[in-house]
Ligand binder design. Structure first.
Ligand SMILES: [Fe+2]
Length: 165
């Protein structure tokens, strides 16, 4: 059973996920690499792909939070809450890159969040077997999705190595 305190905490998490800048403990990956030169069309395409990734991270937060909300097993609940926390900085990284590319976040994020939270909560209600199976399949699909994006990123001219600048 979900009590009122947990619902209030969940509502707060949802607002933070959707509207507050996400914190990060580690720097954005790739900061030590030279940035590739992209023309305007390339930047626009990369920003659009990153907007989808950011929405995916919003959905991941909502799924983990929904699953943790209704998980019966306290160990599974703690693991899901930990996974959610560990993924928060992915939101920061995606948002930072979107801003660098001159893009914007999806206006549909509240809808993606709400739907994903409901899906996660349903998986939790169905029991630990379904909950953890759902988690494993979600991670599998994320890997496939990211592989697809890597193929779709615009070809970039290689920037000169830092040593030659
Ligand atoms: Fe992530």
């Amino acid at each position: 059973m979900v009590d009122l305190d947990r619902l209030i905490v969940q509502f707060d998490k949802g607002l933070r996920t959707l509207f507050a800048p996400a914190p990060t403990a580690r720097p954005l990956p790739g900061r030590d690499l030279p940035d590739a030169e992209l023309d305007e069309a390339g930047k626009k395409q990369a920003a659009a792909l990153m907007r989808v990734n950011h929405s995916g991270e919003i959905c991941a937060q909502a799924l983990y939070q929904g699953q943790a909300l209704t998980a019966r097993n306290p160990v599974a609940r703690a693991a899901l809450e930990q996974a959610s926390w560990e993924e928060v900085e992915h939101l920061n990284w995606c948002e930072t890159r979107i801003n660098e590319l001159g893009g914007r976040k999806s206006l549909l994020n509240p809808a993606w969040y709400t739907g994903s939270l409901a899906l996660g909560a349903l998986a939790g209600v169905l029991g630990d077997k379904w909950n953890l199976g759902f988690l494993a399949e979600t991670e599998h699909q994320v890997v496939r999705h990211l592989d697809g994006h890597l193929q779709r990123l615009p070809r970039m001219r290689r920037a000169a190595p830092l040593s030659s600048r």
